[in-house]
Design a protein around this ligand. Sequence first.
Ligand SMILES: [Zn+2]
Length: 66
Amino acid sequence: MRKKLLDIICCPKCRGDLELTAEETKREEIKGVEEEIIITGKLVCKNCGKIYPIKDEIPYLLVEEV
Ligand SMILES: [Zn+2]
């Protein structure tokens, strides 16, 4: 996921802000703008504490446990 996405996504469960913990990142130019891409990491809800994993650049914002 693009790091910028963090500004627009929120916890699907409680709409709280998400805190990003990046484990693996890369920089990529998208439409002439260099952006930070999160490859693996996690998003933690500051409100309810739910953890959402990021794998292969995709954030898994699922309410139910997989
Ligand atoms: Zn939450």
